[in-house]
Design a protein around this ligand. Structure first.
Ligand code: NG6
Ligand code: CA
Length: 497
């Protein structure tokens, strides 16, 4: 009874708070989104041995979710889910994008549109990876549709990933620093007049490719896809973190007097891992550890900027990652050799590309100075839920049907949690229901021969009880026949809906 009353009381406090809040001040919202950062890579989670003091401070002062999920075990689908509040497996285009046309339809509801309709300025700075244009792209004129057509007032992006061409930044639809006398051409099918490539010109490489990534060479690194021209526009890999951070700082500076939504979409620790020289060797784990330390530093700088501009108390910060960790993702960069005792997935099974927990259970932190309590929450929350939760927090009515309103959880660290969640990895899906995981049978290799990640596929059904088997070692299909049927029914109902 007392427990129930406390719950009602905390709910009323939130409602009261939100009511006052929407009248007086609506918080800025910054989503800091890392690329391939594992559950065990953030030291606040006490799972690995890397040291991330700046993320830790935010995690420890705010709410640290230990059961927070991205929608998918790869990038584009997770980003799609985050920005649209809908499951990516409902959209056949929401797959890893390589020079593809835009995945989000310009008519769709999106998170930035929701903010915009509530008088926010909106921006994305960093990795996009949701496709651009609607067919063959001409990089020498305005590229559209793009982020600015789905709700972002300002966009400064890397189009796909750091390992894909074109290796240029795009600002509000235009390739930055493009020289008209040296047009940029891109193809994912064939090379342009014998331009050097990773497979034909290994002598030009400073980082060797392991699998994939053997096409055009830029800055001594061969990438996925072919490119010709546009040389003045090429990014410097080692300066990318500073470059995005500077854009973030000036965006904050320019917009500090009005509410803004900023999606700071970091490139680390995705391959190719290219720390600025001042971070080289800092982790003792090679470039993968070093770029995580670099990303942590950037987050510290962002925090300082908000403090300096006097808006930390008026800014809700969410930190998470698009999918779980991977060591060898296509380049020889010592990630495997130098990992030592560090455990990027923590005690969780799998990693990037996996249907097991480490594929999608990622660092997930919310912090609003003076508002969020210092708390650890083991309640289930998905990045898909940010849509409806943030919508409630800023007093908007705009919601989506796949997203759950977990605004209380995001702000108080308590309140309703998500009950059912479909997890996705490379087009395969599984169900998380309370403490249970149900994975239907899938054909294919159990372990990726390239990345060495356990993908979660098996010829038989899989059923795990995370309550006493967080590492998913005991398949309970023989012991828990009724549970298996119950979960299969729930799974089918959601998937076929
Ligand atoms: C894969 C790439 C991998 C990575 C991934 C996307 C190969 C063999 N592998 O196709 O290196 O780029 O795509 O990663 O090319 S993600 O985090 O953006 O989803
Ligand atoms: Ca990723």
């Amino acid at each position: 009874m007392i427990k129930l009353n406390l719950k009602i009381l905390s709910f009323l406090v939130l409602i009261l708070f939100l009511a006052c809040n929407t009248e007086n001040k609506t918080p800025n919202v910054i989503i800091i989104y890392a690329d391939d950062l594992g559950f065990g890579d953030v030291s606040a989670y006490n799972q690995g041995i890397l040291h991330t003091p700046n993320i830790d401070r935010i995690a420890n002062e705010g709410i640290k979710f230990t059961n927070g999920h991205s929608s998918s075990a790869t990038c584009s689908p997770s980003r799609y889910a985050l920005l649209t509040g809908s499951y990516p497996w409902r959209n056949s285009k929401a797959k890893i994008s390589t020079g593809a046309s835009m995945i989000i339809d310009t008519n769709q509801k999106t998170l930035p549109k929701m903010f915009k309709e509530n008088n926010y300025s909106t921006a994305i700075i960093g990795k996009w990876h949701l496709g651009l244009g609607d067919g063959l792209i001409n990089y020498n004129s305005k590229i559209s549709p793009g982020p600015n057509d789905v709700g972002f007032d300002y966009s400064y992006i890397m189009p796909d990933t750091q390992d894909r061409v074109p290796t240029v930044y795009i600002e509000d639809g235009y390739v930055k620093n493009l020289d008209n006398s040296d047009p940029l051409y891109v193809s994912f099918k064939e090379n342009f007049d014998n331009q050097p490539t990773g497979d034909k010109n290994p002598e030009m490489l400073t980082m060797k490719w392991h699998h994939g990534h053997f096409n055009s060479i830029v800055n001594g690194i061969s990438r996925i896809g072919f490119m010709k021209g546009g040389k003045k526009a090429y990014w410097s890999d080692i300066d990318m973190a500073d470059h995005f951070l500077n854009k973030v700082k000036s965006y904050i500076y320019k917009n500090k007097n009005k509410p803004f939504f900023l999606f700071y979409s970091m490139q680390q620790p995705h391959v190719p891992r290219t720390p600025h020289p001042r971070f080289e060797g800092k982790s003792g784990m090679g470039p993968r550890g070093d770029v995580i330390i670099e990303a942590d530093w950037c987050i510290g700088e962002l925090y300082k900027t908000l403090e300096k501009e006097n808006i930390l108390e008026n800014t809700l910060i969410v930190i998470s990652s698009d999918n779980g960790p991977v060591l060898n993702d296509g380049y020889y960069d010592n990630a495997v050799e130098k990992i030592g005792n560090h455990t990027p997935s923590g005690v969780l099974r799998g990693g990037k590309y996996s249907l097991y927990e480490a594929g999608t259970r990622v660092p997930f932190i919310s912090y609003w100075k003076g508002v969020t309590p210092s708390k650890v929450s083991n309640k289930l929350i998905s990045q898909i839920d940010l849509f409806n939760s943030l919508s409630t927090i800023i007093g908007s009515e705009i919601k989506t049907s796949d997203s759950n309103d977990l605004s209380q959880l995001l702000i108080n660290g308590d309140g309703n949690e998500r009950e059912k969640l479909i997890l996705e990895a490379s087009g395969k899906t599984a169900l998380k229901y309370k403490n249970w995981i149900f994975i239907p049978p899938y054909k294919g290799k159990a372990v990726s021969k390239y990345t060495n990640v356990e993908l979660g596929r098996s010829n038989s059904y899989q059923l795990y009880n995370l309550k006493n088997d967080l590492s998913q070692r005991k398949n309970l299909i023989d012991q828990e026949k009724e549970k298996l049927i119950e979960l299969q029914e729930i799974y089918n109902k959601i998937i076929n809906n």
